[in-house]
Design a binder for this molecule. Structure first.
Ligand code: DC
Length: 225
């Protein structure tokens, strides 16, 4: 069994790449951002101000989160209900970025993340996987791209889906989230000393997947066929 950690800022393509790599290696993909998004969703449902650390912390005992896998796809149950795509909005991105700064929230999600790797090989993406969750991960990759390139991809993705989008607004949101995620006191986004940097600015999706598979094959030759 082994653990692959992929950390980096929002919009670098970590989840899409990690999903493809998980399928290629037949291991489990864990999207940890979705866990923070789920806490953000609950905070919004309860009409609590995500900037109020005490009020957010007080909600935690009411929250029960379960990770389920159906046909290889991760599902999150929030108090028994599948959150589905409701956690994928820009608004919930900002809620998640805010609530994830609180140590109580990070502690709350720690065992959910660690337990899943006890019984199976995983590729997990987030902000602190290689630094805090699995400092002993066999492979650590820090995946990033310029803010402009990440905003451009997000913009294209929305336009392709027929969703109206404004590039400048997206770029500002990406920069704000970068700032929140990397300046917080607890588990800030930063490259682990032993992580390999992958700057995929200008890469096509397949190029990022190939680059990650190559790094993994070098570190874990048994995964290369
Ligand atoms: O990867 P994402 O965009 O779905 O993550 C949403 C937010 O959750 C992100 O802005 C920061 C936070 N997050 C975190 O603090 N630690 C992680 N391991 C994953 C996400």
């Amino acid at each position: 069994m082994y653990k692959i950690a992929i950390d980096g800022p929002g919009g670098a393509g970590k989840s899409t790449v990690a999903k493809a790599v998980a399928a290629a290696l037949k291991i489990t993909y864990v999207d940890t951002g979705a866990l923070y998004r789920t806490i953000g969703l609950y905070v919004k449902q309860k009409k609590v101000d995500p900037s109020d650390a005490q009020a957010v912390t007080a909600l935690l005992p009411e929250i029960h989160i379960e990770l389920l896998y159906r046909d290889g796809t991760q599902h999150i149950l929030l108090n028994g209900e599948d959150v589905g795509d409701s956690i994928r909005t820009q608004e919930i991105s900002m809620y998640a970025s805010k609530v994830s700064a609180y140590p109580a929230v990070r502690d709350f999600l720690l065992s959910t993340q660690r337990d899943i790797a006890k019984t199976q090989s995983v590729i997990m993406d987030g902000r602190d996987i290689g630094t805090v969750i699995f400092p002993d991960a066999e492979v650590k990759i820090f995946m990033t791209a310029t803010a402009e390139n990440r905003a451009e991809r997000r913009y294209k993705e929305l336009i392709d889906r027929g969703v109206p989008a404004d590039y400048e607004v997206i770029l500002e949101e990406i920069k704000t989230r970068d700032r929140n995620d990397s300046t917080r006191a607890t588990a800030p986004l930063k490259q682990a000393d032993d992580a390999i940097l992958l700057d995929n600015t200008g890469f096509k999706l397949e190029e990022s997947v190939d680059a990650v598979l190559k790094i993994i094959a070098e570190k874990l030759p048994e995964t290369a066929k």
